[in-house]
Design a binder for this molecule. Structure first.
Ligand code: CU
Length: 269
């Protein structure tokens, strides 16, 4: 983030037009892989929306090109879902953006790990490309099968707590990997989906919380590449390891290849 923050500040100094980009630069980009519920009761096609957004501030949405890859892992088996991707327009609070929807064919009990590999996105205010390789999890029938496994991605966050039912008020830990190796000192940006997308309207909704003063919520991995964060509230929390991936350049510019993971927290009732 230090680099990205400095880059954004420099861009701001250079052009007044960049002032409009300040909210986009000051808060975290997050690649969403959103389903309204991660606990799936019965077999069927589960709708998912892929949106590149600032979900904590209910802010600017970015145009997504067609993802390079979109698939699920269930009981260790990979199923390509790219032919299920359909373009949509997402209506954010400030703007509209190109996004994608698909369905996930949930059949047997177990975990379904959704992996999205987006095309690198050019962020004009920072003059860099950003590629957030994203994992999200569904579960059917409470049977744990895949959630604890690394998926062999260039970079990823491996959860150390089951990501589909974190207790609000407890903690979530993860390990950041790059080419399968732990990444010490990785910067993790942390966001809450303040306004969960309306699945029918492809729009934002009324936010339930406001982002914190002081910018991004951040953790840093320890010497083993591990981080822990206390989860204060039920809902969807995203963690993005910035620039943790092995690819550092795209089309002659800097590439921030990030690892994103989404977890779902519930209140104890
Ligand atoms: Cu941004």
């Amino acid at each position: 983030m230090t680099f990205r923050f400095r880059a954004a500040t420099a861009a701001l100094a250079l052009t007044s037009a960049a002032a409009f980009m300040l909210p986009a630069a000051a808060n975290a980009h997050f690649q969403l892989s959103y389903t309204p519920e991660v606990q799936i009761d019965r077999p069927g096609d589960v709708p998912v929306k892929l949106i590149f957004w600032h979900p904590f501030e209910n802010g600017h949405a970015m145009d997504m090109a067609k993802p390079l890859d979109f698939y699920m892992i269930h009981r260790g088996e990979k199923t390509d879902l790219t032919d299920r991707l359909t373009p949509i327009t997402f209506q954010g609070a400030d703007n509209t953006a190109d996004a994608w929807e698909a369905t996930v064919p949930v059949k047997r009990a177990g975990d379904y790990v959704l992996v999205t590999v987006p095309a690198p996105y050019y962020e004009e205010s920072e003059d860099i490309y950003i590629q957030q390789i994203t994992k999200a999890y569904l579960n059917r029938g409470t049977m744990p099968t895949d959630w604890a496994e690394a998926q062999g991605l260039p970079t990823e966050i491996v959860p150390l707590n089951k990501p589909t039912n974190i207790i609000a008020g407890s903690t979530f830990s993860g390990v950041v990997l790059s080419n399968g190796e732990p990444v010490p000192g990785a910067e993790i940006e942390i966001e809450y989906i303040a306004a969960e997308p309306d699945m029918a309207a492809n729009s934002t909704t009324e936010p339930t919380v406001s982002p914190l003063p002081g910018g991004s919520v951040v953790a840093v991995t320890d010497a083993d590449g591990t981080f822990t964060f206390g989860i204060p509230k039920a809902g969807y929390w995203g963690f993005a390891a910035l620039g943790s991936g092995p690819e550092t350049e795209h089309e002659g510019k800097e590439l921030s290849q990030d690892a994103v993971i989404w977890i779902r927290a519930y209140d104890l009732k």
